[in-house]
Design a protein around this ligand. Sequence first.
Ligand code: SAM
Length: 273
Amino acid sequence: MRDRLFYLISKYNLNPRKDLGQNFLVVPDIIERNIERAGVSEKDTVLEIGPGLGVLTDPLSKRAGKVYAIEKDGRIIEILQREYDWPNVEIIHGDAVKVPFPEFSKVVSNLPYQISSPVTFKLLKHEFEKGVLIYQLEFAERMVAKPGEKNYSRLSLMVRAKAHAELVERIGRGAFWPRPKVDSAVVILEPKPRKERIELSENLVKALFQHRRSTVAAALKKSSHMIGADKSTVRRIIEGMPHASKRVFQLSPEDVLEIENHIKNEGMPLNGI
Ligand code: SAM
């Protein structure tokens, strides 16, 4: 696998693009483990974002019923089309942030780090069973952080509202070529059953997390413009608001939902709610 990757790179004289996060996996064990973790079978339609030179796409195609691989780099698309003859892989040439995702049951990818955040939020808007995803370590740690922890952020809260996320393996930079400047990690993402998922006002969450170490009351005062309210309205609604004295980084999605409901009950229209 490693040999094939370097063979293709030299055959096509491919210069990896940093701006597209082109760090290719060169450790077969990691690929195998991730496919195992995803439990891919022929019943599955797998989405892969950023197939690169196919190190993950190839074994996925052997196990899955169907694979959709979204790739932005035209040079890579050309190589994949020339070098592989996968009967069940559909390559989509486009930007994974912009192109609509097809229906899929599992997502397995070594993600380009630049688009980790928009892709994760986009994935969470879809129905699927399981994701096994490689992220930059620091991003993965924020994804799985619990309320009150050091890395707990807007991302942690929004992921927690919709899914179970677990960091299952750290990966050193030597597992990629070219070697990136940061370590990586594998995250398993499992959307919660529909009735347990919590829809939150993104505006409210953004307004709160602008001031993650402040109390909820102080954060809302400081971010009043972001929720379309003047300061006196915010002062009024803070009275009797649940969790007003908690620090923002201690809030669970359920807490934010209670805050949101309180604001709505007070008759204040939040922007975008
Ligand atoms: N899966 C391959 C591997 O593990 O060796 C490649 C992974 S590499 C980290 C990320 C891949 O995503 C590259 O092939 C890159 O061209 C592609 N990519 C970068 N930005 C993208 C985007 N916005 N949409 C789709 N693919 C993108």
